[in-house]
Design a protein around this ligand. Sequence first.
Ligand code: C2E
Ligand code: CA
Ligand code: CA
Ligand code: CA
Length: 278
Amino acid sequence: LFTAGVALALLGVFATLIARRDPHNPVLEIQRALAAGEFVPYYQPIVDITTGQLRGAEVLVRWKKPDGTVVLPAAFIPLAESSGLIRAMTLDLMRRVSDEAGKAIGERPALKIAFNFASKLASDETVVKDVYGVFAKSPIKMTQVVLEITERDPIESFAATRQIIAALQSLGIRIAIDDVGTGHSGLSYMLKLGVDIIKIDKMFIDAIGTDRNSTTIIETLVDLAHNMRMDVVAEGVESFEQVMHLREIGVRSAQGYVFAPPLPGRAFLKLVDAMDGL
Ligand code: C2E
Ligand code: CA
Ligand code: CA
Ligand code: CA
């Protein structure tokens, strides 16, 4: 057993050395970029479609490379998740949002700011105090923070996730289930987590007016959510027709290219200012 342990340790050391020598090791590249501050927040406005007012934004990470190229999350989030770097990346993103937009958001308590929160993070109880640590020092109030947990990934420990969600909620943070309708978890499972918001995936929004089944599913989801006192956000809204339909079935909040794409910090702050007068 001892020799097996030593052999394993040696193997680990060599693996690390080999990884260090390879400048193209993608995990090390993410680690370097994180330390260099290359992961930056973009902000996609979320709009109240009954009043036209700004309700807040979803933060979407972008990798801004030194050469100016902007890399989308699909190219690095899966690796950040499997390597464990997602935790540091998410907390760093929260601090950046706080530094960049904290004042503007904190001054407007009606605005909410949503972060994508890997389901892996939502099963690690030590994350609660880290998130608390960021917003305790921020002008952004806990009650303005939303964490989006995607339904797409299976939840490893339902009991642990449920407890962590409850702990975050007791701080005033609200929890959204993201990409509703696309996941493995099934509706009842998802609803048992005790979340505050559901985000209806673009897939269903796309089908509005074309596919009757999808339209019925959205209507059912919206009724169910409202009966359970949850808010509904429609995502990936691209057309005015979709907005009108969503209004008809009682959806209040939406985001999508019909309103705005994810915006860099400065553009978002300008928008926040401009919306004050409306
Ligand atoms: P998501 O959370 O479902 O975010 C919505 C995605 O749809 C974003 O893609 C957004 O740019 C895009 N989108 C918004 N409106 C429209 C529209 O009207 N039409 C179309 N075609 N697309 C629209 P993005 O920014 O590439 O992000 C992809 C995914 O990466 C996100 O999907 C989310 O799951 C993940 N992600 C982004 N940032 C983070 C992060 O900080 N942490 C974690 N764990 N995941 C993140
Ligand atoms: Ca999201
Ligand atoms: Ca989503
Ligand atoms: Ca989506």
